[in-house]
Design a protein around this ligand. Structure first.
Ligand code: NDP
Length: 219
């Protein structure tokens, strides 16, 4: 049975990916800060993880020693609506910790759990695309997701020799708590799109930036 670890698995898109992976026969390790009734109903192994807390990430790595992962989905993220006047540095720093450093730290802590054929997914956002930024604002979110994209490409290059492929994927505008329930895509459909993209990931295209609908996004 293939095994996956999903961060931010207690709600939103992470919960839906967990649900669909289980239905598809995967063993899933659900990593989250707080479990939820919906997650408990899936009866998967739940591991405590705060991606902003270095110690929490280190402890997860320790607890998972020797556990092989075929798939690591870095999904946990936050969105603050910070602007320019005034500049909210605390908010920008918080988003960097969670959205950019979090996935990189988790990936580094779990590198020993991955091997030839394993895949790493970074759930990013087209708001991290510099070419696609036509409306400005959202400094912390845009900057942190752009930094995540840069990390994803470095991971793809660094892990190529180990046969580990990396995918950067934007889920679409999804109806979750993050968007206050607004959006054009249901969480289940976003999860299905992401899992389809993971399934068709060609190692030769490791480090590519995809929309869950399959299109390629500009950097
Ligand atoms: P939700 O707000 O519904 O879920 C966010 C998840 O991230 C929750 O499980 C939350 O856990 C977790 N999380 C937040 N901070 C931390 C932390 N420090 N440590 C561990 N887990 C944490 O949002 P979505 O499901 O919509 O978002 C999932 C991903 O998709 C994010 O990376 C987001 O940036 C990205 N995305 C979403 C879009 C959308 O339209 N919804 C568009 C583009 C990208 P907790 O319950 O503990 O807070």
């Amino acid at each position: 049975m293939p095994r996956a670890l999903v961060t931010g698995a207690n709600r939103g898109i992470g919960l839906e990916m967990t649900r669909q992976l289980v239905a598809a026969g995967w063993e899933v390790i659900a990593a989250c800060r707080t479990r939820s009734i919906d997650l408990d109903a899936l009866e998967v192994r739940v591991e405590e993880l705060d991606v902003a807390d270095d110690e929490s990430v280190r402890r997860l790595g320790e607890r998972l020693q020797g556990v092989h992962l075929d798939l690591l989905i870095n999904n946990a993220g936050i969105l603050d609506r910070d602007g320019l006047e005034p500049l909210d540095l605390a908010s920008i720093r918080r988003q960097f910790e969670v959205n950019a450093l979090g996935p990189l730290k988790v990936t580094a802590a779990l590198l020993g759990n991955l091997g030839e054929g394993s895949r790493i997914v970074l759930v990013t956002s087209r708001m991290g695309s510099i070419a696609d930024n036509t409306s400005g604002g959202y400094y912390g979110y845009r900057m942190s997701k752009a930094a995540l994209n840069a990390a994803g490409v470095s991971l793809a290059r660094d892990l190529e020799a180990k046969g580990i492929a990396v995918l950067l994927v934007h889920p679409g505008f999804v109806k979750t708590e993050m968007t206050g329930g607004r959006g054009t895509v249901e969480p289940g459909d976003a999860a299905r799109g992401i899992l389809t993209r993971i399934g068709e990931l060609d190692p030769k295209e490791s480090g590519s930036f995809r929309h869950a609908d399959g299109s390629t996004l500009p950097w």
